[in-house]
Write a protein that binds this ligand. Structure first.
Ligand code: HMG
Ligand code: MG
Length: 298
């Protein structure tokens, strides 16, 4: 059994582009995000207000946010690591700030240059100031199914971080399989514990497809009542501070599977295909999406 309707949150313009070597021009990003906006997606993470030295491909976040054509009913979010990032995000009039940290110490340190303990006060202030500015906040916990440096991650540590983030006032928490190592068994074990503590409507799953298990992990999550999934058009994505991590589950593949199961996504598949083809052309390599390649071959 699975839900009749799900929400897909597009992270391609952020997770997708942060790991690309090629710089996509600001103009092309804007065109692409405008196409995504018209495809029926209700949520787009458009960029990151992180340090441009750490993620050079997203250094134009402010300009992108200011120049895209925003459609009513679509939430335009961006990654925010600290107060400095929040100031830029507010200047960009972003709808929602997405804060992030890792469940494993080493990845947290490499990704945001802080221990887990030292990250809490930083994020607490970001959430407080976002809420005062009238913006909602979404949280990410990364490396929940495995860390590139430490291997398996303890469920207790995921719970502790999730509790802290919800206590700060986040609206929703995304559980990130940063390096794409999760199996359905692991997903089931984690969700059994998480769903005893947090309502299904407040949890999103964020799968990378490094080992080809993203769709089966989504199916498992669906069967357990999860209705929010992060994905990236074309299967773009990866974290530069997680060596070996590859793309997010492809939004196009996910929509194709879900609509085939009569699970409504609200997404226009033709428009999504055009947006996937557009970014593949701009990036200049074959993207991982199965649907995109099957359609291109026709
Ligand atoms: P830091 O070097 O520790 O920062 O970086 P700091 O606070 O010590 O400040 C150093 C300098 O940076 C200062 O400038 C600050 O003003 C400036 P100076 O005084 O030396 O001239 N600075 C900033 N500038 C612009 N924007 C900012 C900012 N913050 C400080 N926001 C920091 C700490 C967090 C900024 C850095 O480590 C960083 O930017 N990390 C981001 C890494 C990243 O984006 N990783 C990928 C995203 S996470 C992910 O992919 C996982 C996810 O997809 C889920 C999953 O798959 O699991 C979400
Ligand atoms: Mg990710």
């Amino acid at each position: 059994k699975w839900p009749e309707k799900v929400t897909l949150q597009e992270v391609g313009p952020r997770d997708g582009l942060q790991n690309e070597k090629k710089m996509i021009s600001t103009e092309d990003k804007i065109q692409w995000i405008n196409q995504l906006s018209l495809s029926g997606l209700q949520y787009i993470e458009i960029s990151s207000f992180v340090h441009p030295k750490w993620i050079p491909t997203l250094a134009d976040a402010l300009e992108v946010a200011k120049r895209i054509h925003r459609i009513q009913g679509v939430t335009y979010a961006a990654l925010v690591p600290n107060q400095k990032g929040l100031a830029r995000a507010l200047e960009a009039n972003i709808d929602e700030a997405a804060i992030f940290m890792s469940a494993s110490e080493t990845h947290n340190q490499k990704n945001i240059n802080k221990s887990i303990e030292d990250t809490f006060p930083v994020l607490r202030n970001v959430v407080k100031d976002s809420l005062s500015a009238g913006k909602t906040v979404r949280g990410y916990v990364s490396t929940v199914f495995g860390c590139p440096y430490e291997g398996r991650v303890d469920i207790d540590s995921i719970i502790r971080i999730s509790d802290s983030l919800f206590n700060m006032g986040i609206r929703e928490l995304s559980l990130g399989d940063t390096i794409g190592v999760a199996t359905p068994k692991q997903v089931q074990e984690l969700l059994e514990v998480m769903l005893k503590r947090f309502p299904a409507e407040s949890l999103a799953m964020h799968f990378h497809d490094t080992y080809g298990t993203a769709l089966v992990n989504i199916l498992t999550s669906l069967q357990m009542g999860i209705t929010i999934f992060d994905s990236a058009v074309g299967g773009l994505g990866g974290c530069p501070y997680a060596p070996g991590a590859s793309g997010n589950v492809a939004t196009d593949d996910l929509v194709n599977m879900l609509e085939g199961m009569d699970v409504t996504t609200g997404i226009d598949q033709d428009r999504l295909f055009k947006a996937a083809r557009y970014i593949q052309e701009k990036i200049g390599r074959v993207l991982p999406s199965h649907l995109l390649q099957a359609k291109m071959a026709k």
